[in-house]
Design a protein around this ligand. Structure first.
Ligand code: ASP
Ligand code: CP
Length: 326
């Protein structure tokens, strides 16, 4: 793993005029190349600080409301860790069933309540568009931690940070997305975000019923990025620089019989990976439920556990930015 260059210093003063101060993070469409460079720079600094001193007081006194209407391990706990490593604190609402949501409280009312106590709200919700609805109701920044099958923008930011750290570039890449491209919000965000870079080729490998939505493909096509769809990995694997594997999103299927038909459609294992380059990476937003065999975990190309660690630094950077401390 490359180590960060720590030549710059974090700007510690609060800057209410900073570009991202008070902003919501709802979609990757908000981020241009320059923004990514900036975020990655701050994330590097965060990594260096965590490695050197662990916890520091950049966001001392600030409070994050972590509002999760859907299960989460990484996103929820990395936002908590990010806030606590920056000296702030967290109101965790991971079990909405114990909150007044169960009594029928609406999302806008819940968000208005939480912003009376917190400085920033992180929201995961099963409905596409829910983060935008919450952001409209709130005066404080709302960060989308996954809205149904819509987007997962902070995941795409940590995914691109991972590619940068592991491969060293975001231009001139052959990226293959595999699995559930219909319901997987991570690939919707990642395809959109990567489409701003030069000489990118996107390959989509999925069962027919789980193809990348037309809406996403149309947006990517507008940026003149070549896209190709396949039902098997065979043809594209040898030229792939980044293989992005996804879980079939069981919870999104209307008919459980359809899930049974496609679950286990693709499994990455050491034998299959013999056809891939030596210099490439395999990513997965996780959790995995069998799409990548554990036998592959020790392969240096298996980047998925490093990927989730990068998420901490990227989320520290995002919190510092929207709270005017970066
Ligand atoms: N954790 C990711 C998400 O929430 C991917 C997944 O659940 O499969 O979108
Ligand atoms: N990658 C991701 O969003 O993981 P969690 O669902 O565990 O938060």
């Amino acid at each position: 793993m490359p180590t960060p260059s720590s030549s710059q210093h974090l700007p510690f003063g609060e800057n209410k005029g900073a570009d991202w101060y008070g902003k919501d993070i709802i979609s990757v469409k908000q981020f241009k190349r320059d923004d990514l460079e900036y975020i990655f720079g701050v994330a590097h600094e965060m990594r260096g600080m965590v490695e050197r001193i662990g916890t520091f007081d950049l966001l001392k006194g600030k409070i994050l409301a972590n509002l999760f209407y859907e299960p989460s391990t990484r996103t929820s706990s990395s936002f908590t860790a990010a806030m606590e490593r920056l000296g702030g604190s967290v109101i965790p609402i991971n079990e909405v069933k114990y909150s007044s949501v169960t009594k029928g409280e609406s999302l806008p009312d819940t968000v208005r309540t939480l912003e009376s106590y917190a400085d920033v709200i992180v929201l995961r919700h099963p409905e596409t568009g829910s983060a935008a609805i919450a952001a409209k109701a709130a005066r404080k920044p709302v960060i989308n931690a996954g809205d149904g099958t819509g987007e997962h923008p902070t995941q795409a930011l940590l995914d691109t940070f991972t590619i940068m750290e592991e491969i060293g570039r975001l231009d001139t890449l052959n990226v293959t997305m595999l699995g559930d491209l219909k319901y997987g919000r991570t690939v919707h965000s990642l395809a959109r975000l990567l489409s701003q870079f030069n000489n990118i080729k996107l390959n989509y490998v999925s069962p027919d019923i789980l193809r990348m939505p037309k809406e996403v493909m149309d947006e990517v096509a507008e940026k003149k990025v070549p896209q190709a769809e396949f039902s098997s990995l065979e043809k594209v694997l040898p030229n792939t620089d980044v293989l992005y594997v996804t879980r079939v999103q069981k919870e999104r299927f209307e008919d459980p019989a359809d899930y049974e038909k496609v679950k286990g459609a693709y499994v990455i294992d050491p034998a299959i990976m013999k056809a891939a380059k030596k210099e490439m990476i395999v990513m997965h937003p996780l959790p995995r439920v069998g799409e990548i065999s554990v036998d592959f975990d020790d392969d240096p190309r298996a980047a998925y556990f490093r990927q989730m660690e990068y998420g901490l630094y990227v989320r520290m950077a995002l919190l510092a930015m929207v709270l005017g401390k970066a």
